[in-house]
Design a protein around this ligand. Structure first.
Ligand code: PMP
Length: 407
């Protein structure tokens, strides 16, 4: 009997996957050549599973800012901000994020995951009620577990179900906090935020939106779904990450709530971990400036997403309901999904394999994340590869595949 015995089922499933000759959960890039290209298994490979929406990981000005910061301030902070102090860059970054979102206060975290752990576990507590969309990211579920509020799941993107669940709480004391995401990380669909705001107002609740995947992607200024839907004033708290559009790592929370500063001394995932290193703070600040000053990045990203989504749709693949830079192809079963994932990798296309229980409605997904850095030729190559494997494994009809390849 060993400590890991309780993971026996996962162990066997993972072994079975590796026995098929591929390990989708441990892919090694021998080199990363650009935001859209790497070397995998000795082969040039299109990187289509990175969340590098604006391609800023190789932006010259971000790299320079990062290099300068490491020389000036060192490689790390070696401690938490409450115990070991803030660097100037931390404060500057928080001010920049608050200004960008037009909010009074901002707080940064070492990862987006920790931002969600910290914010969810601190905003609501014992006697309160946390209403989570069923498809919420693991970090939101984990944040809910770290706190002591009652957790109530509502059906994915279903404001009526949310309303019903809030109505059942009638007469009970405690605050209600609704949690939704701008773009959902698995299927790439957006939340019906206007309707959720209507429910929030009707039921006297608070609303938190995780804009992790929608920052830099949606809205005129790139502030996310709430901006795109014109409901920012009705969102009480926004959380997000620096690890996707901004090309680095880190998380944030912005709000107009009074006394928000108290969060710094009650939020454990902020207090008890080392703060962001100076190089990351500097590149993130510069990426934010790049994102603000170059809206064309966002427009080209949307065009790239549309090209891939429409191309795959025309071939007959089953996709998520909305076109966004996250494009997920649903497959009927796990062995086929693994085979198709590997066949695409062998054709020089790397994307993510997502397996149940991490996926909605228990189906495996091949998940792409499109970047502005993808060229037309790369997207054509991706579509050709999908067409070939789709045909080889009977996923799409031949005629549709040819029609879509023509045009
Ligand atoms: N929120 C959502 C919706 C996410 O998809 C993710 C990561 N994929 C996170 C938070 C966590 O962000 P990070 O990876 O930057 O810690």
């Amino acid at each position: 009997m060993g400590l890991l015995d309780k993971h026996k089922a996962y162990n066997e499933a993972y072994k079975a996957i590796r026995d098929m000759g591929a390990d989708p959960f441990n892919v090694r890039f021998e080199a990363v050549l650009s935001p859209s290209e790497g070397i995998v298994n000795g082969r040039p490979t299109i990187l289509l599973g990175t969340n590098n929406y604006l391609g800023l990981t190789f932006d010259e000005s971000c790299i320079e800012a990062s290099q300068e910061a490491v020389r000036l301030h060192g490689t790390g902070t070696t401690g938490s901000r409450i115990a070991n102090g803030s660097f100037g860059g931390h404060v500057e970054l928080e001010q920049a994020i608050a200004r960008f979102f037009g909010r009074r206060a901002a707080m940064t975290f070492t990862t987006g995951y920790q931002a969600n752990l910290g914010i969810l576990s601190t905003l609501v507590g014992r006697g309160d009620h946390l209403l989570l969309d069923a498809d919420s990211h693991a970090s939101l579920y984990d944040g809910a577990r770290l706190g002591h509020a009652e957790v109530i799941r509502f059906r994915h993107n279903d404001p009526d179900d949310l309303r019903k669940r809030l109505q059942r709480l009638k007469g009970q004391p405690g605050k209600r906090l609704i949690v939704a995401e701008g773009i959902y990380s698995m299927l790439g669909d957006t939340a019906p935020l206007k309707e959720i705001v209507d429910v929030k107002k009707e039921m006297d609740a608070y609303l938190l939106v995780d804009e992790a995947h929608s920052l830099g992607v949606l809205g005129d200024k790139g502030r996310g779904l709430a901006e795109a839907e014109g409901v920012e004033a009705d969102v009480d708290v926004v959380v997000g990450t620096f690890s996707k559009s901004l090309g680095a790592i880190g998380g944030f929370c912005v709000s107009d709530m009074d006394d928000f500063e108290v969060m710094r001394v009650v939020c454990r995932p902020y207090m008890f971990t080392a703060s962001l290193p100076p190089s990351v703070v500097a590149s993130t600040l510069q990426a934010l400036r790049r994102m603000e000053s170059d809206p064309a990045l966002r427009q080209r990203l949307t065009a790239n997403a549309q090209k891939l989504y429409q191309g795959l749709q025309a071939m007959g693949f089953e996709l998520g309901p909305h076109c966004s830079p996250i494009i997920a192809v649903a497959l009927p079963d796990q062995p086929l999904a693994l085979t198709v994932w590997k066949a695409l990798l062998d054709k020089g296309v790397y994307l993510n394999l997502a397996l149940p229980p991490a996926t909605p409605d228990a189906r495996p997904l091949l998940r792409s994340s499109v970047s502005v850095a993808h060229t037309d030729q790369q997207l054509d190559q991706v579509l050709r590869a999908f067409g070939e494997v789709g045909e080889a494994f009977g996923l799409v009809a031949k005629s549709r595949q040819r029609a879509s390849a023509r045009g």
